[in-house]
Design a protein around this ligand. Structure first.
Ligand SMILES: [Cu+2]
Length: 464
């Protein structure tokens, strides 16, 4: 339960951020009631062998909710408020992955807001400018906190979106659990220096191979967020026809048939799925990466066929992402490398005790208050091209806070996605990322394989 002291501390800690939020709300109408998100410990049945004690979750205060952090529903262009209450035993914050909102709401401790200590709270208030599928998670001690459960999906609705017969939201993630369900060591240093340490139990919505009902012959919007700290998925659907309609929140220009699609940590995909025609038939969403494919989740057709066609769905309206002016854009080289130089420092937000990675030769563990200097100071409103080079034999899902970028060119891909906040850089890939620096503040830029982020693959841009 909240107490008065908690609320007072929460509002005192808020200061300038609250003023800024109130300004945004005033423009868009009255401030909404906050969505309560109490970060706390819970128990959950995840592994087959037993209940996992001390998972971490966001409790929305709704008795009907399950243990998993709630799917947050927002509306494009309308203010959204959330009140984080910290009932964990360590500091935390919330970052809203992919939302291009004010810097003070971005959830990076010290850089954009104070730590939220146990017993304290923090009020977030912002207006999402883009519709689509996004997600939220802490930006403090992230390997432990996200690994223990703190990852949730955000749906930003647009009243102009085409309507579907049904919607299924999937939060894909793994867990590092032993046979009886207890947490085991969150990582292995030798794996952190390579592709990252994989979980032992694979889930969608905290369940192993869940089955969802949807109308036979109906059109389903399936929103998938890869929120695992390590795993890169290669998804595919068997038993039903599916089209990719959005990637990382942004509509694709021309929807295309889903064959196999790579989805790195932090990335999202929206699918239009036409369910099988007959009651009881299943479509299976699988992970086809590696040599032994497995089922992530299944969709079961129910009722009499609605006899819908994928062509019945109108394209999604685009989000208002500014196009960079390539002719004037300054080019910024960014090299991702392995490194061993640098002594990792202890941090309020946790240290893994190792340094394996660097951006432009500088290793920074991502969610500590100790960044060296921005990679570059970007002038507000100007266009830039990031010439990014992955000089490692591993894939890295690189995420930029607060801004969306367009992949202009790459030596490893022929089909270019819509604007994004996370690029899954392939081994030895070199790509050009174009953006307009239209959101002021300090914006973190890091690998979303959290062991990589926490052992050096992190940096930030300053937009001023
Ligand atoms: Cu990485």
């Amino acid at each position: 339960m909240l107490n008065r002291r908690m609320f007072l501390q929460g509002s005192a800690a808020l200061g300038g951020a609250f003023t800024l939020g109130a300004g945004l709300a005033a423009r868009a109408g009255a401030a909404p009631d906050p969505q309560i998100l109490t970060a706390r410990f819970a128990e959950a049945q995840i592994a087959a062998g037993g209940v996992t004690p001390r998972v971490m979750t966001y409790d929305p205060g709704d008795p009907a909710s399950t243990a998993m952090p709630p799917v947050l529903r927002m509306r494009k262009g309308e203010p959204f408020a959330a009140r984080l209450v910290n009932r964990l035993d360590e500091p935390t914050t919330v970052h809203w992955h992919g939302l291009r909102i004010a810097n003070a709401m971005d959830g990076v401790p010290e850089m954009t807001q104070p730590y939220v200590y146990p017993g304290d709270g923090f009020d977030y208030l912002f207006t999402p400018p883009d519709a689509g599928t996004f997600w939220y998670h802490p930006h403090c001690n992230t390997l432990m906190q996200m690994g223990s459960g703190l990852t949730g999906v955000i749906v930003v609705e647009n009243p102009e979106d085409p309507s579907f017969d049904s919607e299924i939201v999937l939060n894909l993630r793994d867990w590092r659990l032993g046979a009886s369900g207890e947490f085991i060591a969150p990582f292995k240093p030798r794996d952190a220096a390579r592709g990252g340490t994989y979980g032992t139990v694979r889930t969608a919505n905290w369940q192993r191979e869940p089955v969802y009902d949807a109308p036979a012959g109906g059109l389903v919007r399936v929103r998938i967020a890869a929120t695992d700290v390590t795993r890169i998925y290669t998804i595919g659907l068997e038993g039903a026809e599916a089209r990719v309609i959005a990637l990382d929140g942004n509509p694709v220009e021309i929807p295309f048939a889903l064959d196999r699609l790579d989805l790195g940590p932090g990335q999202r995909v929206d699918l239009a799925v036409r369910m099988p025609q007959s009651e009881g038939q299943h479509a299976r969403l699988g992970n086809f990466r590696g040599s032994s494919p497995w089922t992530i989740a299944a969709f079961r057709a129910v009722g009499t066929s609605l006899k819908r066609e994928l062509g019945d769905i109108a394209p999604l309206p685009p989000n208002p992402v500014a196009e960079a002016d390539i002719s004037t854009a300054k080019r910024i080289p960014i090299d991702l490398t392995a490194t061993a130089e640098h002594e990792p420092a202890a941090s309020i937000c946790g240290s893994l005790g190792y340094t394996f990675w660097a951006i432009n030769k500088v290793p920074w563990p991502g969610d500590t208050p100790d960044p060296v200097a921005p990679i570059e100071e970007l002038k507000f409103g100007k266009s830039y091209v990031l010439e990014i080079a992955n000089r490692t034999p591993h894939a890295h899902p690189i995420h930029l806070h607060g801004l969306s970028f367009r992949i202009l060119a790459s030596n490893r891909r022929s089909v270019l996605p819509p604007p994004t906040d996370t690029i899954l850089l392939l081994p030895d890939e070199q790509a050009q990322l174009a953006l307009v620096a239209d959101n002021p503040g300090d914006w973190v830029f890091h690998c979303h394989i959290i062991e990589h982020q926490k052992t050096g693959m992190s940096a930030y841009f300053r937009v001023a």
